[in-house]
Design a protein around this ligand. Structure first.
Ligand code: GCU
Length: 400
């Protein structure tokens, strides 16, 4: 039977500005009793997230103008890491935008599992290599919003490329701004430029657009013999962690999903109002979610879902939620509680979910079919994070 747990204690806020919501967390299993009923319930929940939060993709319009990912340039290949890996940079186009892919393959790859993850500042920041072109698209926090060659490799600490290769995985990355530049321009630029109308209140914001872009990259990866499209893990940090979750929720081809410090609008429960709130995120980043989401500013109790139900949309696929203890803006405990309260859905489907019942100690991961850790340090992606993602992904995708 549908459970009626009261998570009031769980959702008590951490900071003093917050107010305790008297509302209960909605039950992902409401109205259902058997695994056979889950797909319909799942679709109901997915549609609620699409309509009230991330926005629906205007599929009919995109089909009408025949939007598909196409190969533009097969790109160059180069042997790196003393011959252990090949770096390959094909260019695909999507709705008139060039997406420059940066792919690292273990040498002699065939049907290799892969991580697919957007980068924040351009491919040239992932690894210091003169053959990786500096992005010409709009970038954040740079003079004139232009990237420069001086930034080569300056995000390398966030990308354990060699370690990923050593574990037998490929890495596919691209700059998220290639799909949609991350600023509020009324949806005039990016892939939106191909469409005549602006998004309606229930249509895609930028996060949904980036998530859709990841699915289109997966369409392309289905044509790449070196990569096993059935073992692609989608990963993202922060706003791109929110994006990875929404991509995994919409596209069940993603075999595994990793949310790194995704916080509000990602893994963190909105009803806790701890750290970033719905009102704060909608004010600072009005283009990320659909317009309907603003109805829940300071009104979280009215949300027909909470973020544990976003995690539950991955079930029974493995999903990892990671926090950092100093990253209070992203509410580590709220992220843990989402993973915990998604567990009943996994269990209905015969899968373990998250082993930990209480918030694990710092740097002590808990890994079942849901993984969670809170590591020491602040907002970012570290070697510790990748070590755990590789352990988790090796277990689930390589049977190791
Ligand atoms: C801001 C924002 C967060 C987001 C983060 C990021 O801090 O408030 O919601 O996750 O940027 O993407 O780095």
């Amino acid at each position: 039977a549908a459970q009626t747990f009261n998570p009031r204690d769980d959702i008590k806020p951490k900071d003093e500005e917050s107010t305790v919501s008297n509302d209960r967390l909605p039950d992902p299993l409401s109205g259902i009793e058997s695994p056979a009923e889950w797909p319909a319930r799942r679709e109901q929940i997915r549609q609620l997230f699409a309509t009230e939060m991330f926005g629906n993709v205007p599929t009919d319009k995109l089909n009408a103008i025949k939007v598909k990912v196409k190969v533009k340039d097969q790109g160059t290949r180069k042997s790196i890491f003393g011959g252990k890996a090949t770096m390959w940079q094909p260019v695909v186009t999507l709705a008139g935008r060039d997406l420059q892919l940066l792919i690292f393959l273990p040498s002699e790859s065939k049907d290799t599992p892969a991580f697919l993850a957007y980068n924040f500042h351009g491919n040239h920041t992932v690894l210091d290599d003169v053959d990786i072109p500096v992005t010409e698209h709009w970038v954040r926090n740079k003079p004139g919003n232009r990237a420069s060659a001086q930034d080569r490799g300056n995000g390398a600490s966030r990308w354990a490329v060699e370690k990923i290769i050593d574990h037998g995985f490929a890495l596919v990355t691209l700059y998220y701004g290639d799909v949609d530049p991350d600023f509020d321009d009324g949806f005039a630029n990016g892939v939106h430029a191909a469409l005549a109308d602006k998004p309606a209140g229930d249509q895609w914001g930028s996060i949904a657009t980036w998530a859709w872009g990841l699915s289109r990259v997966l369409d392309y990866l289905e044509t790449v013999p070196e990569i096993d499209e059935q073992r692609v893990a989608v990963m993202g940090h922060s706003r791109l962690g929110k994006t990875a979750l929404w991509a995994g929720a919409n596209d069940e081809r993603f075999a595994l999903v990793i949310s790194n410090n995704s916080g509000c609008g990602g893994a963190a429960l909105s009803r806790r109002r701890s750290g970033e709130t719905v009102a704060r995120i909608n004010t600072a980043f009005p283009h990320w979610f659909c317009k309907n989401f603003a109805h829940y500013n300071d009104n979280e109790a009215q949300l027909p879902f909470d973020q544990h139900m976003l995690i539950a949309l991955m079930a029974p696929r493995p999903v990892y939620v990671a926090s950092a203890v100093e990253d209070t803006w992203a509410d580590p405990e709220g992220e843990f509680l989402s993973a915990k309260h998604a567990t009943p859905v996994y269990q209905l489907l015969g899968s373990e979910g998250l082993p930990a019942k209480e918030m694990p100690a710092v740097d002590q991961p808990s890994q079942g079919s849901i993984g969670y850790h809170v590591r020491s340090g602040g907002h970012g992606v570290t070697d510790f994070d990748w070590t755990e993602y590789l352990k988790f992904s090796s277990k689930h995708l390589l049977n190791k």
